[in-house]
Design a protein around this ligand. Structure first.
Ligand code: SAM
Length: 240
């Protein structure tokens, strides 16, 4: 793995964070939370799976592309809402270009509804060198393991049993280097039986990557009246 990590270059001119490296948005300013709930939370069936956890159980989520941490903070909030008080959430994410502390603060200030979670993350977040970084949050109920580096380098070093995946690494047209069969082979290797995966960036990932071993199903559309803008192209696969 390269020892030099390039911090994300963000363009804030539109009021929402846009990647200068990939020319793509991290989230939509008006509908980011709705998109995360619709695409990643609901299509991985997380509310019902969290509610069904046994006392002291651990639920594991894996993500490609930590970015601003929006998906993580929403998953954390939903976990607190539905899971038994003794259950824990272990969230593992990968990031090739971590945000600077200032950019993370600016991005998370857009979400007052997530300030309880964001404040705790910001308290521990610092400039992140390559390697693994562990954050223990919410009195130990929530953990974040952030693998800083290219996901194709870091995931092969991981030993985990992931229950649900958030695939969020910019559109394949803008980031073809990440959406490789080798990535899907790692997702399959690291998945627990019955693991689910959700993405709005790569609807045909399972079909195009035999290594994936996921069965791809079309996901239901966003509810009528929803503010979700970018959810058209995701899939909802299950591990075979
Ligand atoms: C759409 S953003 C993620 C948004 C994020 N999940 C959030 O909640 O803000 C995509 C992220 O993937 C990261 N990324 C792109 N290629 C990567 C790779 N090969 N390995 C790890 N991270 C990568 C980018 O730096 C960026 O932060």
């Amino acid at each position: 793995m390269s020892s030099a990590i390039q911090t994300a270059r963000l363009d804030w001119s539109s009021g929402e964070p846009v990647s200068g490296d990939y020319g793509d948005v991290y989230f939509s300013r008006d509908s980011g939370i709705d998109e995360t709930r619709h695409v990643f939370i609901n299509n991985n069936l997380l509310p019902e799976r969290f509610a069904a956890l046994a006392e002291h159980a651990v639920f594991r989520i894996g993500e490609t592309g930590f970015g601003t941490g929006l998906n993580f903070l929403v998953a954390w909030q939903v976990f607190l809402q539905y899971a038994p008080a003794s259950a824990r959430l272990a969230f593992v994410s990968t990031e090739k270009h971590p945000l600077s502390v200032a950019d993370l603060q600016q991005a998370l200030a857009l979400w007052p509804a997530l300030q309880h979670e964001a404040a705790q993350l910001l308290q521990q977040y610092a400039a992140l060198p390559p390697g693994w970084h562990r954050f223990v949050l919410e009195g130990g109920r929530i953990s974040l393991t952030l693998l800083v580096g290219d996901a194709l380098d870091t995931l092969p070093q991981l030993d985990a049993c992931i229950d649900a995946w958030f695939l969020d690494g910019f559109a394949p047209s803008r980031n073809p280097d990440m959406w490789q069969p080798a990535l899907f082979a790692q997702l399959a290797r690291l998945s627990a039986p019955g693991a689910t995966l959700a993405t709005f960036t790569h609807r045909r990932c399972g079909h195009e990557n035999p290594a994936a071993r996921f069965t791809v199903e079309p996901a239901p559309p966003a509810a009528a009246g929803s503010t979700v803008k970018r959810a058209a192209g995701f899939s909802w696969p299950h591990l075979r």
